[in-house]
Design a protein around this ligand. Structure first.
Ligand code: IPT
Length: 976
């Protein structure tokens, strides 16, 4: 194998790393259609100069997404034998070639060829002359090519190898996607080689200090808005300046001028410091409401467009996210420009992860082998040099998941020297020697509490290091694994994170599902699609966005939980500003009062200026906030019988670059008058027997089985007890660990059998049943009591667990059930749903902050959340009543006492459970309803803690009631 692929050099012939600069110099965009030739193994000899046998490929792009070979997804495993620095013989290689014309007016004094990112190793030729080689996939590389360029036509050839020694440093949990996946540009040789802006802000004086290092030092720096012109290296004091922050991203345009070249830079004044054990910016401790972001596009992989980057950032801002960790490599440089502009705190992470060495017990880990230090340092240097002028970047991260290693000492020492103006981060070295933060991933709440109070266990033997670590602030590098339906528990995390100053927030794992759309495949592809042996299955489908960037319910929940404005009402109505710097003057506060979900009055709240960190009392638009109202007395209190709610919303007062005026930032709801729950008296009249049927209150039952056959003339099936749900990724746990599904299956919940023991007809119909799995002694005794009520039929379900329902690892106190409710089928003609309750989206016990009480309407199909891997979804909580109707508006109304949880879908739970892709779900001839008293929480056990005790649905004796009424005229599918 060619030595440059396997040696430990970062590259050959590369120019020194420098900042990403916007220059007035001529440049040539070399993106577009390139010639391409694929080799399953690296060919010998240079790229051929023949004319025939070339295909075409889009650059930037990955050949595995354009019809050659295939993408591979692994979480931690290297998809080749671990034998560093050797690569497999089958090292897929792509020869890329393109012709370009040098413009006539191209300056004669040289040129630089720049690659923003090539995975994972390449060699470049210009006009047949070998120029150099490079590794470091998510990092730029530049080569001097002036000497070999000729006027007119030139040819550029690039051979890219998928695997290299560098791959051992690039074991991030993501698709392996070889290719020239970021821009290629030819630049006129720069006069301004490098710029390093140091722009500090003194929060005590309100002044700024500006120093700009430039190569060459003969350059001039101009900041027109501040009336400044000065020389490189000079320190300029500015008596008053507006600081940069993620909340108020104030940038000043500046130019660096030398020898006819002008470089535009944007300056943000801010000072990053570690003070009193906390990370501060401009004198104030920060709090991260963060996400981990991979670069992903379902069609283009990591060749993301600037539009997609902007969309990511706009979505983050719209969902109250204020920080991003660039997991786990430096992003496209344009992304950081946008972070400066739109306002986000950034942890910029180096392109280093050696996670796969867990399979050798970390034997041979490059991070701890000095031979690898140059290659690792090169990566750190290329990141820091490229990104050093972004005010948004406040923390450099040395790597992800690479265990402890001496080389991190080298990286940290160099970085501290080169850029003392930023903090350093590395999570996986338990001594935290090279980090300014203590950090963990997926930490359970009790441990987080201990960390908050600095009472956590000792993690380092060396007492000095341990004392240093204990004094550090804490950041959750990753938490709330957003795989499939979830994460649950965001609100619980937020409560703990906000309680202790040492906890400076966290970063949800992760931003977007990495599902890929491949030619000829209708569904999103994840690991295992190609029958490969080593893969990470759907562990990459764990984002807050679906692959097409549609927000998932998890993101809506996050938005609510991390809202930077909190509106509370205990004694009085208070607006709290949870931001660090800005006031709330950019918001306006609207209120609406609703009776049973219908607007009665609305208006605007007068809110004075609220400084950051402060809560201000405001005058409530309504008299009183009543607690709960005794049943039947609401009418006297409010002159009506309904529920009264006040909703207060904080919305943008004017357009922002990331959202239009009116965009909702925060909200709160207060119940003014609780619902009256009038005693529903049963109507007199016994169960009537007619042949094989028993009739009561509009229901027709099978005399033998007690099974409901028709309801108000509509053919239905059951309802009967249901304890099962199609397991979520979080139910399944990680690799069977922490798996509620395993425990539920062990308890036989997925194979319950129903036996009817008695059907007793009198004033009411009582059906006694025993529900139990084969092979076990545990059971649930269920009594269904049906009674006619005015205009309807009431069902009371009484559930008594019998036999052995043991505590389990996940629910030690007792067993748990995924759900407790009834399931029934109605005709497929049922297609519309209206309800009064929690909405508009799905909600679960530990993911329900985003659900607000109101009236909602949608179709049965719209009730579904299209998780990439189908699983339990779509449940609406706190439903007071729901109307399920056909196209004509006829159907069924179901009422809770007071609430139930509603799920309606065109397939059964079993079909949902079997499905591996969206397209596996095929509508059947029924709509299946689950009317639940409750469901078990979601948790985030797919990589983290399971649902907590508070959100556990315990095995216990329970009773719940539902009332069915005819809605509209005739029920759907009614047989006259
Ligand atoms: C953690 C990784 O850092 C991240 O890349 C991703 O794999 C995530 O887990 C799970 O999706 S590592 C894990 C051992 C906590």
């Amino acid at each position: 194998m060619t030595s440059y692929v396997e040696d430990l050099l970062p590259g050959t012939g590369m120019r020194a790393s420098r900042a990403w600069l916007r220059s007035s110099n001529p440049k040539l965009d070399l993106n577009g259609r390139w010639q391409f030739r694929f080799w399953p193994e690296p060919p010998t000899g240079p790229i051929a100069d023949d004319e025939d046998g070339w295909d075409e490929l889009e650059v930037p792009g990955h050949w595995v997404l354009q019809g050659y070979d295939r993408p591979r997804y692994t979480n931690t495993a290297f998809p080749f034998p671990i034998d560093p620095p050797r690569t497999p013989a089958a090292n897929p290689t792509g020869d890329h070639r393109r012709w370009f014309d040098l413009p006539d007016d191209w300056p004669r004094d040289g040129a630089v060829l720049r690659f923003e990112g090539v995975e994972s190793c390449f060699k470049v030729w210009v006009n047949g002359v070998e120029i150099g080689t490079a590794k470091g996939s998510r990092l730029p590389s530049e080569f001097d090519v002036g000497a070999v360029l000729r006027p007119g036509r030139n040819v550029l050839a690039v051979r890219v190898h998928q695997w290299s020694s560098g791959s051992y440093l690039e074991d991030q949990d993501m698709w392996w996607l070889p290719g020239i996946f970021r821009d290629v540009t030819l630049l006129a040789r720069p006069v301004v080689e490098d710029v390093f802006v140091h722009a500090d802000y003194d929060h005590l004086t309100g002044g700024g200090t500006l120093r700009v290092a430039v190569e060459p030092s003969s350059a001039r720096i101009v900041v027109p808005e501040l009336g400044l012109e000065f020389a490189p290296g000079e320190t300029v004091d500015i008596p008053r300046v507006e600081p940069w922050s993620a909340e108020v991203p104030r940038l000043y345009d500046a130019q660096v001028v030398a020898g006819g070249e002008t470089v535009d830079v944007r300056i943000g004044f801010r000072t990053v410091a570690m003070a009193d054990g906390l990370l501060t910016v401009n004198g104030r401790p920060l709090f991260f409401r963060g996400v981990n972001r991979h670069e992903h596009d379902p069609l283009r992989g990591r060749a993301v467009s600037v539009e997609a980057m902007r969309q990511d950032l706009a979505l983050m801002k719209q969902h109250n996210v204020n920080a991003v960790r660039t997991a786990h490599y430096p992003p496209h440089p344009a992304f950081l420009d946008l972070c400066d502009e739109l306002g986000l705190w950034v942890i910029d992470e180096c392109d280093i992860e050696t996670h796969g060495f867990i399979y050798t017990d970390w034997r041979g880990n490059p991070a701890d082998d000095p031979d690898w230090a140059p290659m690792m340092l090169d990566r750190m240097r290329r990141m820091v040099e490229r990104d050093k002028n972004h005010p948004s970047v406040i923390i450099w991260s040395l790597a992800n998941e690479s265990d402890r290693g001496r080389n991190f000492g080298t990286l940290a020492a160099w970085t501290r020297e080169r850029d003392p103006g930023r903090a350093l981060f590395y999570e996986r070295d338990r001594s935290y020697e090279f980090s300014d933060f203590y950090s963990l991933m997926y930490t359970p709440l009790d441990e987080l509490e201990r960390i908050g109070t600095r009472t956590e266990e000792v993690t380092v033997d060396d007492p000095a290091l341990e004392a240093r670590r204990r004094a550090l602030p804490f950041v959750l590098a990753e938490y709330a694994h957003a795989m499939g339906n979830g994460p649950g528990g965001l609100a619980d995390y937020q409560r703990v994170l906000e309680r202790y100053p040492r906890l400076q927030g966290g970063f949800v794992w992760e931003w977007i599902d990495h599902g890929l759309l491949l030619p000829g495949v209708t569904d999103y592809v994840y690991g295992g699609h190609f029958g490969e042996r080593v893969h990470g299955a759907n562990f990459c489908i764990d984002g807050l966005l679906f692959p097409d960037r549609t927000p998932s319910p998890g993101l809506l929940e996050l938005k609510k939980v991390i809202e930077p404005v909190r509106i509370t009402w205990s004694d009085c109505l208070v607006v709290h500003n949870l931001q660090t710097f800005g006031t709330l003057d950019h918001l306006e506060f609207l209120w609406v009062e609703e009776l049973d979900g219908v607007e009665v009055r609305s208006g605007r709240l007068e809110v004075p200026t609220v400084e950051a960190g402060v809560g201000v009392e405001v005058v409530a638009p309504v008299e009183a906030k009543a607690a709960s109202v005794p049943a039947g007395s609401a009418d006297r209190l409010a002159g009506s019988v309904g529920e009264r709610w006040l909703t207060v919303r904080a919305v943008l007062a004017k357009d922002q670059p990331w959202a239009a005026a009116g965009h909702e930032v925060a909200w709160a709801q207060f119940q003014l008058v609780a619902a009256a729950s009038p005693e529903q008296s049963a109507v007199p009249g016994a169960v009537v027997s007619r042949g094989d049927l028993l009739e009561v209150g509009g229901g027709e039952f099978d005399v033998r089985t007690g099974r409901l056959r028709r309801l108000f003339g509509m053919p239905v099936d059951w309802p009967r007890l249901d304890l099962w749900r199609a397991p979520t990724d979080n139910d399944n746990g990680q690799g069977g660990k922490n798996s509620a599904t395993v425990e539920w299956r062990a308890a036989g919940l997925d194979r319950l059998k129903h036996r009817v023991d008695a059907v007793e007809a009198g004033q009411e119909l009582v059906v006694r049943s025993r529900v139990a799995p084969d092979g076990l002694g545990s059971a649930v005794a269920v009594t269904y009591t049906w009674r006619a009520v005015a205009d309807g039929l009431r069902l009371t379900v009484h559930v008594v667990p019998e036999g052995e329902w043991q505590g389990t690892a996940i629910t030690p106190r007792c067993g748990s059930w995924p759900r407790l409710g009834v399931r029934m089928a109605v005709p497929a003609a049922v297609q519309n749903v209206r309800w009064f309750g929690g909405g508009p989206g799905e909600a679960y016990a530990d993911s329900r902050e985003a659900a607000r009480v109101g009236r909602y309407a949608c179709t049965v199909d719209e009730l579904q959340t299209p998780y990439v891997v189908p699983q339990e979804n779509g449940s609406r909580i706190d439903v007071r009543w729901a109307e399920l109707t056909d196209a004509e508006g006829n159907g069924l109304r179901v009422e809770g006492a007071p609430y139930f949880q509603l799920t309606a879908r065109r397939w059964t739970t079993e079909e949902l459970e079997r499905a591996r892709h969206r397209s596996d779900l095929v509508p059947g001839d029924r709509v299946h309803l689950n009317l639940d008293l409750a469901q078990h929480g979601l948790g985030s056990a797919s990589c983290g803690p399971a649902a907590t005790a508070d959100h556990t649905l315990e095995v216990a004796e329970r009773t719940f009631t539902l009332t069915f009424r005819e809605f509209g005229g005739q029920g759907p599918g009614t047989v006259p």
